[in-house]
Design a binder for this molecule. Structure first.
Ligand code: AMP
Ligand code: MG
Length: 625
C-alpha cells in the first residue's frame, strides 16, 4: 500500500439513508466504530488527504478529524452530487470516491486504479469484480477521476443526469478487476449491517464451551437445543403494517395503550345503576327511576338518595352510582320505580372500572408476541391502525440425494419421490416464513456448494435434508464446514440422530444452517424440536414448544439414555382426562403413521419404560405455529 500524493479521497455519505430507515448510514455502528470511520481508516493511508461528503450531522462527521463537504447541489441528488463537490474542492489532480458503507474496501484501491488510469491514459478508472461463471460486476462508486473533468460532470448534473455511470459516456473510462468481491460489499440495510457484524454474533465454539460436558457425538437433545438457542440471532428490520396484515407476524415493539380501556366506568349488566348506600340491610327498598342510559349514550344525571337509573350493558355509570342491579333481581313498578330486596346485591357489584382492561400508558402487548386474532382485537380496541412487526424471515430449503425424484418424474428403480420438501414447506409456511424452494440437489460437491452459496445469499436460514448421516457421502459435511462455522452432531434421540447446525457464508452474506437428516419422519421431528424454536427466535419471537401432559393409554418400551419421539393420538379418555396412544409402526421412514398421528409423545432421556396410566409429555400438532 502506498500513499498517492496526487489523489484526494472522498467518502460519500451524503445520502438520506432511506433503506436504513432514515438513519445516517455512515454513522451506524459496526464492529465498535461508525461505518464512515472504517472507510476512513482504510482510505486515509492510500491518499494525500480525505474529506467526507455529508449532508446531515456535519459535526459528528467532523469529529473524525477530516473536512466535511456538503453537496453544492441541493436536494440529495445522489453520489454524483458528492463527487462534483469533491472535484470542485480537492486540491489534487485526482479524486477517489468510496461509499461510506464499504468498510472492507481494498487496501490497494488507489494504487491499482491510478496505475490502470495512467497505463491507459484514461480519464477515470473504477473497480469491477467477477464471480466465477458470471458477468463482471461494476462498482462505479469506487472511482478515481481527474478533477479537471468537473465541467463535464456539472453539465451532466445540470441537465438532470444522476447515473453514476452515465456522465462519462464520452470520456475514456477503464475498468479495473479486483479479485475480492467481498471488499466491495456495501451495506444497505440495518439487517445486513447486523448480520455482518460478527462482534455481535457468537462463534459456535464460544457457545458450546459454556456446556460443562460437550460431546458432539453424544449430545443430549436439551444441550443441542440450548446451543442453537444461544447461537441464532433475530433479524433486525422492522416494518409498519396495517393491523390485519400483522396476523401471524411477530410484534417488534411493545404496543402502549394510548387510552384507558374501558374509557369510562360502565355497567356490566342490563339493569339499574344505583348508589350502594341505598341497598337495604334488611327488608326492601323502593328507588325512583329517573332516566335511562344506553351504551354509547351517556346521560348527564346524578341520582340522589332513593333514586336510580335504568342502564344497559356498557352504559356509562351515572355520577354517584357505584353498583348495578340486574333487571331480573328487581320488582319493576311500571317505568317509575323498582323494589329491591335485601341481600341480592353487594355495593360495587356489576360496575366495570375505567382502565380495568388496560391503563393508558401500559403495555397492551409485548414485543416478541406472535400476533393472534385476540391481539388484533385488542389493538383495534385501542384505536391503533398499524403495528410494527419484524420483517419476515427468509428461509431457503432443498433436498439432497441422487435417489430423489420430483413429482411428475418417472420413478425408476431405487428412486423415491422427494417428500421432505413438502413437509418442510408445510412447516415453514405455518411459521409464516418467506420460503425459497430450491428443489433437489444432487449428491455432487459442486452442485451442493452452489446451492448452499445461493441459499446464503438469498436467505436468513437454510434447511437441508439428507446427507448428514454417517453413511452419507462425506463431502456434504465437508462443503458445509468449508462455507462457515458448522458443527455435526450425533444427538441422543430417536428418530433423527444426525444434525448439522451452524452458520454458513458466501459473498459477505451469511445464513443459519440446519442440516436435517433424510428420513421423512426424522426430518419432521428434527424440525419441530430444533429448527422451529430457532426460526421463531430469528423472527424475534420467544415461543418455546408447548408441551402438555397426558396419560399413556398403554405401556411403552423405552431405554433410558436417549430421547424418544413417538407418534401418538391424543383424545379424551373415559373420564374426560386427555390420554395418548401410540400409532402403529414407528419406523423413521414411515410417514403414514405421522399423518395419522395428532401429536408426538416425548419420552425424555432419563426416562425408562412407561406403564399404562403413567403421565407423559405430548406435543400437539394442531395449533403448533
Ligand atoms: P440420507 O440421510 O441422505 O442418507 O437419507 C436417509 C434416508 O432418507 C434415505 O433412505 C433417503 O432415501 C431418504 N430421504 C432423504 N431425503 C429424502 C427426501 N427428500 N424425501 C424422501 N426421502 C428422503
Ligand atoms: Mg442422501
Amino acid at each position: 500500500m502506498t500513499q498517492q500524493a496526487s489523489i484526494s479521497g472522498l467518502i460519500l455519505a451524503g445520502g438520506r439513508g432511506t433503506r436504513m430507515g432514515q438513519v445516517d448510514k455512515g454513522l451506524q455502528p459496526f464492529r465498535g466504530k461508525t461505518m464512515a470511520a472504517h472507510v476512513l481508516e482504510r482510505l486515509a493511508p492510500q491518499v494525500a488527504q480525505v474529506a467526507i461528503n455529508a449532508n446531515q450531522n456535519p459535526d459528528t462527521y467532523a469529529a473524525l478529524g477530516v473536512p466535511v463537504w456538503p453537496d453544492d447541489l441541493a436536494g440529495f441528488a445522489g453520489p454524483l452530487a458528492g463527487m462534483e463537490t469533491g472535484m470542485r474542492r480537492c486540491r489534487t489532480e485526482f479524486l477517489l470516491t468510496a461509499p461510506c458503507d464499504s468498510p472492507f474496501l481494498p487496501r490497494d484501491l488507489a494504487a491499482r486504479l491510478l496505475a490502470a488510469l495512467r497505463a491507459q491514459d484514461a480519464d477515470l478508472a473504477f473497480a469491477v469484480t467477477q464471480e466465477p461463471g458470471q458477468r463482471p460486476q461494476p462498482h462505479p462508486v469506487f472511482c478515481l477521476v481527474k478533477a479537471a473533468l468537473l465541467p463535464i460532470l456539472s453539465r451532466y448534473l445540470a441537465e438532470g443526469g444522476r447515473r453514476m455511470d452515465g456522465w462519462y459516456k464520452d470520456l475514456k473510462a477503464v475498468e479495473v478487476l479486483f479479485e475480492d468481491a467481498d471488499a466491495f460489499r456495501n451495506i444497505n440495510t440495518l439487517d445486513e449491517l447486523h448480520s455482518l457484524d460478527t462482534t455481535r454474533a457468537p462463534r459456535l465454539a464460544d457457545v458450546t464451551s459454556c456446556l460443562s460436558a460437550y460431546d458432539p457425538d453424544a449430545l443430549p437433545v436439551r444441550d443441542a437445543q440450548r446451543i442453537i438457542r444461544d447461537f441464532v440471532q433475530p433479524v433486525q428490520a422492522v416494518e409498519q403494517v396495517a393491523l390485519r396484515v400483522a396476523l401471524g407476524r411477530v410484534l417488534a415493539r411493545d404496543i402502549v395503550s394510548p387510552i384507558n380501556v374501558p374509557a369510562h366506568d360502565n355497567s356490566a349488566m342490563d339493569g339499574y345503576a344505583l348508589r350502594g348506600a341505598d341497598l337495604p340491610a334488611d327488608g326492601q327498598v323502593r328507588l325512583n327511576v329517573i332516566g335511562t342510559v344506553y351504551a354509547g349514550k351517556p346521560m348527564d344525571v346524578a341520582p340522589q338518595a332513593g333514586e336510580c337509573v335504568r342502564i344497559m350493558t356498557g352504559g356509562v355509570m351515572p355520577a354517584g352510582c357505584d353498583s348495578v342491579i340486574p333487571q331480573e333481581f328487581v320488582a319493576e313498578e311500571g317505568q317509575e320505580s323498582i323494589v329491591i330486596a335485601a341481600g341480592v346485591l353487594k355495593a360495587g357489584d356489576n360496575r366495570r372500572f375505567a382502565g380495568e382492561d388496560l391503563k393508558a400508558g401500559s403495555a397492551a402487548l409485548k414485543a416478541g408476541k406472535v400476533i393472534r386474532p385476540a391481539d388484533l382485537g385488542l389493538v383495534a380496541s385501542l384505536g391503533i391502525a398499524e403495528v410494527p412487526v419484524r420483517r419476515r424471515l427468509r428461509v431457503a430449503f432443498f433436498s439432497t440425494g441422487d435417489e430423489l425424484r420430483s413429482i411428475g418424474q418417472a420413478l425408476d428403480e431405487g428412486s423415491v419421490y422427494d417428500s421432505n420438501r413438502y413437509t418442510i414447506y408445510g412447516m415453514l409456511q405455518r411459521l409464516g416464513c418467506d420460503i425459497i424452494d430450491m428443489g433437489i440437489v444432487r449428491d455432487d460437491p459442486a452442485a451442493l456448494e452452489e446451492a448452499l452459496r445461493s441459499a446464503c445469499e438469498n436467505a436468513d436460514a437454510i434447511i437441508t435434508s439428507g446427507g448428514v448421516s454417517v453413511g452419507a457421502a462425506d463431502y456434504t459435511k465437508q462443503i458445509m464446514a468449508r462455507l462457515g462455522d458448522v458443527t455435526f452432531w450425533k444427538i441422543g434421540m430417536r428418530p433423527g440422530r444426525p444434525l448439522a447446525f451452524g452458520r454458513v457464508a458466501s459473498n459477505g452474506h451469511s445464513a443459519f444452517l440446519f442440516g436435517l437428516p433424510g428420513n421423512p419422519v426424522a426430518v419432521m421431528v428434527s424440525f419441530y424440536f430444533f429448527a422451529r424454536e430457532a426460526l421463531l427466535r430469528m423472527m424475534g419471537a420467544d415461543a418455546p414448544l408447548p408441551l402438555l401432559r397426558a396419560r399413556s393409554a398403554g405401556a411403552i418400551r423405552k431405554k433410558p439414555g436417549r430421547t424418544e419421539y413417538q407418534r401418538g393420538i391424543l383424545s379424551a379418555g373415559e373420564d374426560g382426562v386427555p390420554q395418548v396412544r401410540i400409532t402403529g409402526s414407528q419406523g423413521s421412514g414411515i410417514l403414514r403413521s405421522m399423518s395419522e398421528a395428532n401429536c408426538m409423545v416425548v419420552l425424555h432421556d432419563g426416562q425408562g419404560n412407561v406403564s399404562a396410566g403413567d403421565l407423559v409429555d405430548v406435543l400437539m400438532f394442531e395449533g403448533l405455529v
